[in-house]
Write a protein that binds this ligand. Sequence first.
Ligand code: GLA
Length: 400
Amino acid sequence: MSQPLTQTEFTVQQLHDAFLKQYGSSNSKLQIYSSPARINIIGEHIDYNGGKVLPATINRYLYVAIRKRNDTKIFYNDLRFPGSYEFDINDDFVYAKENDYANYLNGILSQLKSRGFKFDCGFEILMVSNIPAGGGISSSSALECGFGFAVCDLFGFDISRVELAKLGQMSEHNFMNVKCGIMDQFIIATGKKNFCELLDCNTLRYEQIPLELGDYRFIVMNTNKVRKLADSKYNERRSQCEEALKILQENGVKAETLCDLTLAEWDKYSALVTDSILNMRARHCITENERVLKASVALNAGDLVRLGKLLNESHKSLKENYEVTGIELDTLAETAQKQKGCLGARMTGAGFGGCAIALVHKDEVDNFIENVQMEYTKAVGYKAGFFVCESGDGVTRVEV
Ligand code: GLA
């Protein structure tokens, strides 16, 4: 008999068994896929401003078990959540609040159908995940890419990993109404264990950089304050950046995106953006883009001390110029920065809640967690979550 599955402890075999229990046996083959969470080491809120980012896939995964059906029905189940969703492959998929996580899946199906992919039958899926939902390490992109990859592989749709990332992003834009950048879907689709990626979001060219941290580890610190991107000020930040860029362009500055500007150019033109909020937003983007380049040089040179300083500077700019942090993320990052053995810390992802990361010496991890937890609970009134992460592979099929 299969064991009950919890959010953090399960095996692929258990998912397989739970699938058979849920749907029974069939002549069709059951396939399982894994899709990772990501951290963004540095380069925040600049993917949609033509900037460079430095994310990495980590060893927290969503697993999707999927099998074709003999009819045109679709079933979605997730071991974490009660209830089952039923659709038909011939449905016209539209967003509906009550469909909860199923919207992410329907969004992908709607993208695939609009690109002309044809389904000859329905399918059933069962999922489980140990990625905190809405926690800032991209549970939603893991879902989009994991499901998209699974469906394309199962139905033999020829789609590259980069196209898969774009499909996920377009589903967020057109179905979920979140005007996100490409970073999360891109790293989840293309990521590789033991590497991070320096991704140019303008050209989608990327370089895999070895993630050699020696005695240091990235600790993910979860504020446990869940904010959905759509609820947040994410889209507002994006339009503020577009406005700042428009002002610069109207005044003759030659730039197609904010991150086309160097710091020296920004210093020359910044007075053109007279609105102080728009000015701060643009300043963040341009300085953050420079920090990413410096961080990739530091990482390549094994200079983790320098990398840590850049993480701290990034957090400060996200707090002061981009204003996407708040007491929870600031308490985590700023307390972390003061701890023994910590080289640097910053929020990661969209902000307004979610997670921060800290680069900490392996021998100091326990003390670090204890101290930061204590300060956090004092300041915020409830506990944060912590885990030491290792790197992980991008979306892939797993053997059962
Ligand atoms: C979210 C979005 C990304 C990116 C980050 C902020 O994770 O999905 O595209 O904009 O926020 O860097």
